[in-house]
Design a protein around this ligand. Structure first.
Ligand code: GLU
Length: 393
């Protein structure tokens, strides 16, 4: 009886401390990723809005001088090129976008280099494609390059390499790219700048519509509130912003969606001033490098395995569990040992993914068998966080 009370009291104290920590944890701004949308830095004809870029550069320069490491992810290349050239009728839209990006990226970087130069800051360019994230070695090359730039006080400016991107192999948009970069670079905060103040619970400007200031793991799905209308020249919209923001926050990054057309919005957020934005609260979880890389590898999955309820229960449990052959009921697709494979439950829900330790043929032969070598080892597996929290409610 006595020992039960002690256990209960200890448990109570720990949970109070944890919830205090969660409520009062301050975002960490030592290394920030900042994403700037096309709609923030281009004018209605697509040309670059140099005045706005200057305001953003001034704001970032203040942080830079304080020793804060900033990785900038900037859109605007395609829009900036569009205002320069009208492609001939026989040029298809994919090629037209590539031409615009080829012209616009140079204009974009020239503006940034010139303006950052005024503040004594050297800015450098890094162009990525979705493929750059497929191979872990390539991924680490990219990470090493940005780390070296930061160590040498060179401000990295990242964009998709739109000149060689084609629709099927593109990032959904630069919001996705900014999520990948912030997670890869272990940034503790990501600020996504767009042309509205954040996420609203209805149509902005309509009576009763309010800005949602805080979104955490327990918050309900936002899709019903958000309009799928895209604004201006960018590819993204609020739905992808929210999906990415939730995913990245679940990996321990505080994500802010804010209005980049407001002066000094970045420094205001960092100084915790009372300015409008939506914050996606970072989970306290810290993933390993491999798991972070894996969690963005969904599009590279080669096949899927269907698992039974016992295996699903075990994987969704808080404890670290590997996926064993005994829990698998079906194999879909062809994959090699080491390929990324999706984990799906009997109802077709995506449970997670991981690096398989069997090829599809060997896995097929061993379905339901009691083998000691796991199909996916826990260290090489990520579980869909949203699925997990719904399951535990
Ligand atoms: N990478 C594209 C550009 O620089 C923008 C993609 C997006 O809209 O997110 O124009």
């Amino acid at each position: 009886m006595f020992s039960n009370s002690i256990i209960f009291a200890t448990y109570y104290i720990i949970s109070c401390v944890n919830s205090y920590k969660l409520k009062n944890s301050k975002p960490d701004f030592n290394r920030i990723a900042i994403k700037v949308g096309s709609n923030v830095i281009t004018q209605s004809d697509g040309s670059l809005n140099d005045g706005r870029i200057l305001r953003l550069v001034e704001d970032i320069a203040i942080l830079y001088k304080q020793g804060i490491e900033v990785v900038l992810i900037s859109s605007g290349a395609v829009a900036a090129g569009r205002s320069e050239v009208v492609p001939s009728k026989k040029t298809n839209i994919v090629a037209a976008k590539q031409i615009w990006a080829a012209i616009g990226q140079v204009k974009l970087m020239s503006s940034y280099q010139f303006l950052f130069g005024k503040y004594g800051i050297q800015a450098g360019q890094l162009l990525a494609t979705k493929e750059s994230f497929r191979d872990r070695r390539h991924y680490l090359n990219m990470k090493n390059c940005i780390s070296a730039m930061l160590e040498n006080r060179v401000l990295p400016i990242v964009n998709e390499n739109d000149t060689i991107s084609i629709n099927e192999l593109m990032f959904t948009d630069n919001d996705e790219l900014s999520g990948l970069i912030s997670s890869m670079m272990d940034c503790k905060s990501l600020i996504i700048l767009t042309n509205v103040d954040g996420v609203y619970n209805g149509i902005p400007g309509k009576k009763g519509t309010e800005l949602i200031t805080r979104i955490d793991k327990e918050s309900e799905d936002l899709d019903k509130y958000i309009s799928s209308v895209k604004s201006g020249f960018g590819r993204g919209g609020m739905i992808t912003k929210c999906t990415i923001a939730r995913k990245i926050a679940s990996q321990g990054v505080d994500v802010f969606i804010a209005n980049g057309t407001r002066d000094s919005i970045i420094t205001d957020i960092v100084r915790r001033k009372d300015v409008p934005y939506t914050q996606f609260i970072a989970s306290s979880k810290r993933e390993t490098g491999v798991k972070k890389w894996l969690s963005h590898s969904d599009t590279f999955a080669k096949g899927a395995v269907i698992i039974n309820t016992g295996a699903k229960d075990a994987l969704l449990d808080e404890k670290a569990t590997s996926l064993l052959m005994i829990g698998i009921t079906r194999i879909d697709g062809f994959f090699r040992n080491g390929d990324i494979v999706r984990i799906v439950d009997e109802e077709g829900n995506n449970i997670g993914l991981g690096k398989s330790q069997y090829d599809s043929k060997k896995a097929e032969q061993n379905i339901g068998e009691k083998l000691s070598k796991p199909f996916i080892h826990y260290d090489y597996m990520v579980i869909n966080e949203r699925n997990k929290s719904i399951y535990q409610e």
